[in-house]
Write a new protein. Structure first.
Length: 280
């Protein structure tokens, strides 16, 4: 379920009877890309890794294989972290999983729609609004208030730039991920806003124009690859974090759910960037 929405995936962990294994599943759920991350990953693959390929079938094949590789990496990280957690802080005896099929009855469509709308859809959207509204105000303030003729957004991105470069990114990209905490969908628009120095979130209609903007700001295929990897391996969005807290009733486990993928992302991106510097 996490491939659709990590928050829904966390809620889906309720079917696991063992509290220990349920917690492991919750902590590792965000290591697979949700729908909010797929558009950015697909766009970057298209812009930087299929350019120059004129045969449509070959271009589609390359894109598919790269996307599949990213998904497989996320699944492998999920299994690896689950194994480590089960051997360390969440030790225990593995339990069996039995799935009982309910008795077949005629579906009550009205009840199903109402329950899905109020108990699931509005439940998740309500939590998103709680964080999205304040975060939107913060983004607007950072993009529109100037200090010494430079926006607060530029000051922050400049401060983060050395660490961003260490990860194969830059300060703007790193700040985009931080300010994109309310929703993964706004990470790329924030990056575009910072590069164009506009006071509001913008999108481009053409991937060609978007690539030209990125290249003009120092992007290479290494930058694109590290951005894809960090998009896969970084802290979950605000709605997922609130859902984790709701399910675990613990700030400690919620914090660990944030720290685990972020530390992995830092290690992976810094390794890729470091290796690329040796050979490029």
């Amino acid at each position: 379920m996490g491939f659709g929405c990590n928050a829904c995936g966390v809620i889906g962990c309720r079917i696991i009877d063992s509290p220990r294994e349920r917690l492991i599943a919750i902590l590792t759920n965000s290591l697979v890309p949700c729908n909010g991350r797929f558009p950015a990953i697909l766009s970057l693959i298209t812009m930087f890794f299929t350019v120059g390929i004129t045969v449509n079938l070959l271009k589609t094949t390359v894109s598919t294989l790269m996307l599949l590789g990213i998904i497989v990496l996320g699944v492998l990280m999920t299994l690896l972290v689950s194994k480590i957690l089960s051997k360390t802080i969440l030790k225990g005896i593995p339990s069996s999983f039995a799935l009982e099929l309910p008795p077949y009855r005629t579906p009550q469509f009205g009840q199903v729609i109402i329950r899905s709308l109020f108990e699931r859809t509005l439940f998740v959207l309500g939590r998103a609004v709680v964080v999205a509204a304040p975060a939107g105000i913060i983004i607007w303030v950072l993009a529109n208030i100037n200090v010494e003729g430079i926006t607060l957004l530029s000051h922050l991105s400049g401060f983060l730039d050395p660490f961003g470069k260490f990860l194969g990114l830059d300060g703007v990209i790193l700040l985009g991920f931080i300010l994109g905490f309310p929703a993964n969908e706004i990470v790329i628009p924030i990056i575009i806003m910072a590069y164009l120095s506009t006071g509001n979130l913008v999108e481009t209609d053409s991937l060609i124009q978007l690539k030209e903007l990125f290249v003009a700001n120092g992007w290479t295929w290494v930058t694109a690859l590290c951005t894809i990897l960090f998009s896969l391996l970084h802290f979950p969005c605000s709605t997922t974090c609130l859902t984790i807290y709701k399910e675990t009733k613990s700030i400690k486990w919620t914090g660990l759910a944030i720290i685990i993928p972020t530390v992995i992302g830092i290690l992976v991106c810094s390794t890729v960037a470091g290796v690329s510097r040796l050979f490029i």
